[in-house]
Design a protein around this ligand. Sequence first.
Ligand SMILES: [Cu+2]
Length: 292
Amino acid sequence: MKAAAIITRIGAALLAAAGSAVAMANPQPWQLNMTEGVTETASRVYGLHMQVLWICVVIGVIVFGVMGVAMVRFRKSKGAVPAKWSHNTTAEIIWTVIPVLLLVAMAWPATKTLIFMADTSDSEMTVKVTGYQWMWRYQILNYKGESTSVNFVSRLDNTSDRTRQLGSGLDPADVRTGDENTYLLNVDNPLVLPTGTKIRFVITAGDVIHAWWVPNLGWKQDAIPGVVNQSWATIDKPGTYRGQCAELCGKDHGFMPIVVNAVSPQEFEQWLASQEAASTADATPVVAPSRG
Ligand SMILES: [Cu+2]
């Protein structure tokens, strides 16, 4: 009886781990590679990743190929005699110059991408993201040069929250949105953003260090109390992009997902207007009450 209970607990933990792995990159079944994302930053990062991957593959094939040939052709049973020389200037120059060239070939485009990612100038809107234990606050500070009062908290959705409680008797496999299992992936209030708009994010935290990470945007940014970090994104395609807090921030670190709904600028403007109307009617407190 006790063993059965332990097995059930382990099963639930494995399922939760599988759920959070799904959440990390919002992948397709059997997707092994990283996402190409929906921003130029993401596709540049993907390109760099592929470049480095193929350099590693070529190095691996050459190194292990030479090693394999040496092991087979020059084995002791064939009468191979070890060489006695200990120094070869030509070999040392070759094995120094080639790695230096490879590192420069990787560092040059990577540095260019880092500079590109850091350039938040000419943004058309600003979103302030604040991490709390264990939720996100989103404030649309301005849009197309006008300040806005949109300010809301985004938490784990109610269905997942009820299901995750110990002894809830609810099955994580039953938490679904359409044909997708969205256990621990949905939030009550997603962040709505316009496509084709350069969005500047200012990111901070109200208690401990969190990190705001939506893989499809191509970057991850630390949310640190007392520090305002910046990042930006121009989202190319409408869609639902999921993410997670990516810095261990306490017991509910795994329960503060991120959902970005990217919509056309027209739809975004309608949403913004409805949010502004709601926020003037009912001012939300700036510091959200913590959940027990
Ligand atoms: Cu966190």
